[in-house]
Design a protein around this ligand. Structure first.
Ligand code: ARG
Length: 269
């Protein structure tokens, strides 16, 4: 069994003060289905408390009224080596969030900040693994944004095409576990992207549909601890068998917007 060493992380998070489902931009969102706002806040606080309990540092961006999806901080940017590629949202309902992230990075001393020309939804579609970014496209991020990421962030970018609208962001179908390991749901990808993933990560944990549908892949790993939605029990067992420590959390309210653990978490590298 490999000895898993956690690496301390810095995460940007946004309190779900204005969280709600008032529009539908992915198949999980049903504005007629009520959300429990207090429970959403409690679930988000639990995720944050797990991170701080593990020794990770949390930075906060202020939630904006009128932006019910802003809790999904992963979508705000991609940060590698202190260089920031800001997001440009696909849907008008979230477009204004980009300016808040722009202001946050400016106020927090980041200098190499790039405002993108093409749509990219931050770490929703750009997942950093070692010195490589796995970059999703198909529903949200423009494939041309992969070139912007390569140019501005200066690391290798590997494009992957998503084909199932339920898994509309890469981070709903794939999670980075360490600098060379992933877990993913193959059926969410085009045939050529599946072949590519098999070639690049032959030892990957392959998720079943049941775990993928409860957003088990919307997980955050520090190299040892993997925080993921509680109902993804088969994935938790597979992680434990590889020497990871799975930590299940309840994300019932966040799921109503089509998000879970990773969506709430933007890593500041
Ligand atoms: N309702 C949000 C949207 O559709 C959810 C975003 C989830 N974030 C993520 N990183 N997958 O944009």
């Amino acid at each position: 069994m490999p000895n898993r060493t956690p690496r301390p992380r810095r995460y940007l998070m946004c309190r779900p003060t204005h969280f709600d489902v008032t529009y539908s931009i992915n198949p999980w969102m049903h504005p007629d289905k009520p959300v429990d706002p207090a429970l959403a806040i409690a679930q988000w606080e639990r995720i944050r408390d797990v991170y701080t309990g593990l020794g990770h540092e949390i930075a906060y961006i202020d939630p904006l009224p009128g932006y019910p999806d802003m809790v999904f901080a992963a979508n705000g940017a991609t940060v590698v080596d202190g260089r920031v590629l800001l997001a440009k949202f696909r849907h008008v309902q979230r477009a204004g969030e980009a300016e808040a992230y722009d202001a946050w990075f400016a106020a927090n001393g980041y200098r190499a900040v790039h405002r993108p020309a093409l749509v990219n939804e931050g770490e929703g579609d750009f997942l950093t693994i070692g010195r490589r970014i796995l970059a999703g496209t198909g529903f949200r991020s423009d494939p041309g944004a992969h070139d912007e990421a390569r140019e501005h962030l200066g690391i290798e970018v590997v494009g992957l095409t998503l084909v199932d609208p339920r898994f509309y962001h890469l981070d709903t179908a794939l999670a980075v576990l360490s600098d060379e390991e992933i877990m993913y749901f193959p059926e969410a990808f085009s045939a050529s992207s599946r072949a590519l993933l098999e070639r690049l990560y032959p030892g990957a944990i392959v998720a079943g549909e049941e775990d993928a549908l409860v957003f088990g892949l919307n997980a955050v790993s520090d190299g040892r601890h993997v925080v993921l939605p509680e109902p993804a029990t088969a994935l938790a067992a597979a992680l434990a068998a590889r020497g990871f420590e799975p930590i299940g959390v309840d994300v019932s309210e966040l799921l109503k917007a089509g998000g879970a653990v990773k969506c709430c978490t933007l890593e500041l590298r």
